[in-house]
Design a protein around this ligand. Structure first.
Ligand code: OAD
Length: 232
């Protein structure tokens, strides 16, 4: 691994599964229990805001009951010790990377513990329910929504992500099915721009084909092993 200096890590729901957070597309996952168009689109929110607020309120509460697992801990160790560039791009809306101690984290699909004001567009740290329509601490309007990116909306900080992918020597994808773009396309982008590519996932994903190497197993085992390799 001597030639590697700049790393981009992409994480998905699979890295938090062993902490007790449901994934989306596995058997029993969130998208089997709820219709995406009802709870994860702007149109669904316009149709039934209370249903959507209740869905995210429950997830916000649940995320505060769980703990980071060894996979989050290992990435936090890499973050502390890796002297080159590192960007942990997560599709997850939980805060388990941060709670494990990682700081070079970018939440491309937003955060459960944040509220976005539809009136003034400010984002506020938020750990309480939004169902009762609390006022925005910035502008006072009762216009707060979950600060999560819904289908049809633009993920956060794409410019920063592509800049990091351009510089990356290694792109590693952890616990994601490769079903949702633009994240699912990062492996191809990274390869085209010269990075080596590695997938760590419970099973081969929809995008496995694009990776030079794909390792199958639980994130709590594969990620600490890979981080140990990187840190020598
Ligand atoms: P998915 O539920 O689509 O995929 C989770 C992946 O993690 C699957 O490939 C599983 O095999 C794998 N997995 C499960 N348990 C694992 C474990 N213990 N260790 C390693 N891998 C494991 O979740 P995402 O790919 O994150 O977006 O989903 C991407 C996006 O789709 C989400 O961010 C969300 C969703 O719709 C929005 O809501 C915008």
């Amino acid at each position: 691994m001597e030639s590697i200096r700049n790393i981009v890590v992409l994480t998905g729901a699979g890295i938090s599964a062993e902490s007790g957070i449901d994934t989306f597309r596995d058997a029993g996952g969130l998208w089997e229990q709820h219709r995406v168009e009802d709870v994860a689109t702007p149109e669904g929110f316009a149709r039934d805001p209370q249903l959507v607020q209740r869905f995210y309120d429950a997830r916000r509460e649940a995320v505060q009951q769980v703990e980071p697992n060894p996979a989050h801990d290992a990435l936090a160790l890499l973050d502390r010790q890796w002297e080159g560039e590192l960007l942990i791009v997560t599709q997850n809306v939980d805060d388990l990377h941060e709670r494990a101690g990682a700081s070079r984290v970018l939440h491309m699909h937003g955060e459960l513990l944040s509220a976005l004001c539809s009136a003034c567009e400010a984002r506020h740290k938020w750990s309480e329910p939004l169902l009762g329509q609390p006022a925005c601490p910035g502008c006072g309007e009762q216009a707060l929504r979950p600060d999560v990116v819904w289908f049809g909306e633009m993920p956060y900080e794409m410019d920063r992500i592509y800049a990091a992918l351009r510089r990356a020597d290694l792109f590693v994808s952890i616990g994601t099915s490769g079903a949702v773009y633009p994240a699912a396309g990062f492996v191809r982008d990274a390869r085209e721009m010269g990075a080596r590519t590695l997938e760590l996932n419970l099973e081969r994903s929809e995008g496995s084909y694009w990776f030079e190497e794909s390792r199958q197993g639980r994130a709590s085992k594969l990620v600490p092993e890979w981080v140990a390799e990187m840190l020598g």
